[in-house]
Write a protein that binds this ligand. Sequence first.
Ligand code: SAM
Length: 267
Amino acid sequence: MKIDILTIFPDFFRGPLDFGIVRRARETGLVEVNIHDLRAFTKDKHRTVDDRPFGGGEGMVLKPEPIFECLESFGVASRDERLAGDAKQSVILLSAQGRTLNQALGAELSGLDRMVLICGRYEGVDERVSEHLADREVSIGDYVLSGGELGAAVILDTVTRLIPGAVGNEASTRQESFTAHAELAGDGPSSTCVSGGLLDYPHYTRPADFRGMTVPEVLVNGNHDEIRRWRRKTALAKTARNRPDLLERIALTDDDKKLLAQIKGES
Ligand code: SAM
């Protein structure tokens, strides 16, 4: 996948691009990331990217010209083609007002051939970018950041690790928190390798006894049916405790309902 990031702070991405899965995906050619400095698309000697808002009010607004010209410099499919789904491309404006990123949207974006991320700053971006250039606005959560760069890094990471081949053991992305069956082709509802929309179950590693804090017995006794059941139960317990809203959105099996009743009885 080609990923283009438009920003006034290109150096911001040195860290996010250079570690772990994203770095490996770049090195193996699974993703090609290009960072574009919006100031290179200004025409005045101060390299001005912002201006005061029409109508008055606080702060400055990112001007449309550098953003339009930057995008035009590398050429993507037209907005109409992108909106019609004729091109596996998307131009995304990072915005607190956008659709909230979640694992399902990450999975959808991981199927693209090209993803462009436009990072706003100041009070935001001239609205014509959203109206005529981007095909969607994405938020990474209900809070306001100083700029879109952190959001772009979050999308970059979420999407890259969902591209087949990016994570060494592909099954590990299938059993993670929030991963529903529908998002993963080939996993039937009976698969034990999908979180089914629950939070992930707890993980432990060696030593089995660390300062008197011991690993649950069931995980060391080697009975795989018991381990599977324990994992499902602890995933349900953690979801009920930390994110009860998720339980309302997923189809619980009769066994899940029994386990939840047990969990309630134990607390
Ligand atoms: N005035 C805007 C508002 O109230 O919605 C906030 C602008 S914010 C200070 C500057 C830039 O940060 C935005 O243009 C956007 O690119 C980015 N940004 C802020 N919060 C974000 C979020 N939750 N998700 C994604 N991008 C965000």
